[in-house]
Design a protein around this ligand. Structure first.
Ligand code: SAH
Length: 393
């Protein structure tokens, strides 16, 4: 079990105010919460026994009522380019994925917010499995905690000069190729699930990622990616100031209705309004618009020009994502010359655009390829007929 049992509160799910209240309930002073966070997040401790500057009786009380429990690892795969993918257990029958992408100057951890996804975007592997359940705050924060600890262990193995890096079953070593920053410097909510459909658990997780006593990440190093749940973008603006990425994928409503069905409820004009509002409220620099390049579907120069008209003059960046195929899809990746032409059309019109480097595709860890094994799933999908979104407030 990763969600903890009924008698033990998983501290990875408690932002500082809640942890302070929890500690008070145990009869301790508020500053104990900061000490605890220091042990948990700065030192990676999970056993109360090792937290030696806490009074012994407090440690005993903690041990009987609390735990620091990350998700359990089901399997690990290392890509030839240095990307690592973990399959994590949600419970006996469900799993979800997390991916670490090392680059020369940063290490990005891509985390999941749900097991499966209900948004039914036609080009995404996660959509194929439908929605199973929301991850808890502890499971979301636990991914980052676990990755930091696993990468630290890997570094320690390297330091003592034993086997360089654990190789996976196929013998791929995690340090071949790719970048060499193997610490988590950035976190992106771009794994499985729609983070804004799990608002209740994602917002406290963001607080722990940003808290000085938590992971102490700067707001620009945490990115939440959404398919465009407009009301939740407005709510998010009241709660946090992390970087926002939006999965746009089409320059007009007719096409976006097909690719990203939530568009039928919240069309592009409404979505863009929400994005500019978010930046105004949070004094943000820009919104990143993700745009998956689908051969012959959304990749023509005319579509690039239409996209430029939508975004020109606004604080926007476009990130073009070469489509990553998965079994059963009828979409194909646009040829690289077509992707470059698309980018150039945008650049010529004054819209910032980059092409995302595909990482980890040999282990199905690239964007849109995550599909944690789910046994006995309850499928809830937003197909063309079943509209009406069941999002959590
Ligand atoms: N649900 C959120 C976050 C998860 S997906 C969202 O929609 O933004 C992270 C990014 O990968 C999104 O932009 C998503 O549209 C994109 N993506 C999904 N499937 C893909 C695929 N097969 N190839 C490339 N990118 C894909």
């Amino acid at each position: 079990m990763t969600t903890g049992d009924a008698t033990h509160t998983n501290l990875l799910g408690l932002p500082r105010p809640e942890l302070t209240a929890f500690v008070a309930q145990l009869g301790s002073k508020p500053f104990r919460a900061r000490q605890l966070m220091n042990w948990i997040y700065k030192r990676g401790a999970s056993s109360f026994a090792e937290m030696t500057d806490l009074a012994k009786d407090f440690r005993v009380r903690l041990a009987t009522s609390a735990e620091v429990r990350p998700p359990e690892i089901v399997s690990v795969q290392n890509s030839a380019d240095g990307t690592t993918k973990w399959l994590l257990r949600a419970d006996a029958s469900q799993a979800f994925e997390m991916v670490f992408i090392p680059e020369a100057d940063r290490g990005t951890l891509c985390i999941s917010s749900q097991v499966g996804c209900a948004l039914d975007c036609s080009f995404c592997a996660t959509a194929q499995q439908g929605f199973n359940r929301n991850l808890t705050t502890a499971e979301i924060v636990g991914q980052v905690w676990l990755a930091c600890r696993e990468l630290e262990r890997e570094a320690a193995t390297r330091r003592i000069g034993a086997a360089p890096v654990p190789a996976d079953v196929d013998g791929n070593s995690a340090t071949e190729g790719g970048g060499n920053e193997r610490h988590v410097t950035n976190v992106v909510f771009m794994g499985m699930g729609e983070p804004l459909a799990n608002f209740r658990n994602v917002v406290p997780a963001l607080a722990i990622l940003l808290d000085d006593f938590g992971f102490d990440l700067s707001r620009r190093r945490v990115t939440l990616s959404t398919s465009g749940l407009v009301p939740q973008i407005y709510k998010l603006a009241e709660e946090t100031n992390v970087a926002l990425a939006v999965s746009l994928h089409a320059p007009d409503d007719a096409l976006r209705n097909e690719l990203v069905p939530i568009n039928r409820k919240h069309p592009i004009a409404e979505l863009l309004q929400a994005c500019w509002h978010y930046l105004d409220e949070q004094n943000g620099r820009s919104v990143t618009f993700e745009y998956v390049m689908l051969d012959g579907v959304n990749d023509s120069p005319a579509q690039a020009r239409a996209l430029a008209r939508l975004l020109k003059g606004h604080p926007a960046k476009v990130n073009l994502i070469p489509f990553n195929p998965f079994p059963g899809t009828h979409f194909r990746r646009s040829p690289s010359a077509v992707i470059q032409r698309f980018r150039d059309e945008l650049l010529q019109r004054g819209v910032l655009a980059t092409i995302r480097r595909t990482r980890g595709d040999d282990i199905d860890a690239a964007c849109g390829q995550l599909a944690g094994r789910v046994i006995d799933r309850t499928t809830v999908r937003l197909g063309s007929k079943t509209f009406g979104v069941a999002v959590q407030p």
